[in-house]
Design a binder for this molecule. Structure first.
Ligand SMILES: NC(=O)c1ccc[n+]([C@@H]2O[C@H](COP(=O)([O-])OP(=O)(O)OC[C@H]3O[C@@H](n4cnc5c(N)ncnc54)[C@H](O)[C@@H]3O)[C@@H](O)[C@H]2O)c1
Length: 247
């Protein structure tokens, strides 16, 4: 889903840069003699990488910021001079958003709310008609001005800056999303259907991380911490269940 949201973030951003939506009225790639748009991607994970691929493909000037140097090195290796990589600091973010036509928020702190990286007052230094797409909205968003929107009403405007903050972006390209999700989940579903969950975890260990609750117990550490529930290791419960089944 992050691959889809990343690619879509540029497609949507390009759309809302169009003048009829209140955008700056610029093509991402410009044309010969007219400058390209500047795209800033904050967070170089799966979303960031996929956003970057599309933005570079459309001919934009792309800058990627992350706090993980290995990740920045990866972008540098893959995209070479087509992309500028910057360590994500407050100063660097403030510097690049002044020039940006399109900003993509794509950060994740696993198990935590997204850190706020662009503040309300920063918006005053941005170009009028610029677009901000906060993909991290499902984790609270990484822009202070973010509030979740829907595909029916995807944008709102603050100080002439267009905000796109749809919490379930892949839903709008449902055919692509369904097939992509099925490609990666079908084998798990078939393993459970053929063998039952308890047996399937021994042949398909990847399933264990997907068990959020079992027999009335919370078996996902992140969920148990977020909602102050007791965490139980799913494998302990399954082993106990298998033992009782044998007795
Ligand atoms: N809105 C949607 O429909 C939708 C769909 C898919 C994913 N998401 C969200 O998109 C976000 C990114 O997902 P992902 O799969 O790319 O995660 P990921 O873990 O692959 O990447 C996150 C990146 O953020 C970086 N990061 C952390 N703190 C940072 C900071 N202060 N500055 C810059 N970078 C920082 C990490 O180093 C990492 O490279 C998540 O919040 C995820 O929930 C939303």
């Amino acid at each position: 889903m992050s691959e889809i949201a990343g690619r879509l973030s540029i497609q949507e951003g390009a759309k809302y840069l169009e003048r009829t939506f209140g955008g700056r009225g610029m093509l991402l790639g410009g044309v010969p003699g007219v400058k390209r748009s500047s795209v800033v991607i904050i967070g170089g994970g799966v979303v960031g990488l996929n956003a970057c691929k599309i933005a570079v493909g459309m001919g934009a000037n792309v800058t990627v910021l992350d706090v993980n140097n290995e990740r920045l090195a990866y972008f540098d290796d893959i995209f070479g001079c087509a992309v500028t990589t910057l360590y994500s600091t407050r100063a660097n973010i403030q510097d690049v958003i002044r020039q940006a036509e399109l900003i993509i928020g794509a950060v994740l702190l696993p198990g935590k709310a997204a850190p706020k990286l662009i503040y309300k007052e920063d918006i005053n230094m941005m170009k009028k008609g610029a677009v901000m797409v906060d993909v991290a909205v499902d984790q609270g968003g990484c822009f202070e001005t973010t509030r979740a929107t829907t595909h029916q009403d995807p944008i709102f405007i603050i100080e002439d800056i267009i905000h796109y903050c749809v919490a379930n972006m892949p839903g709008v390209v449902s055919r692509t999303s369904t097939i992509a999700l099925t490609n990666t989940t079908l084998s798990y579903g078939l393993a459970i259907a053929s063998n039952g969950l308890e047996k399937a975890v021994s042949t398909t260990p990847g399933l264990i991380a997907g068990i959020n609750c079992y027999g009335g117990n919370c078996t996902c550490r992140g969920v148990s911490e977020a909602f102050d529930l007791t965490y139980t290791d799913p494998m302990d419960l399954i082993a106990k269940n298998n033992l009782q089944g044998r007795e």
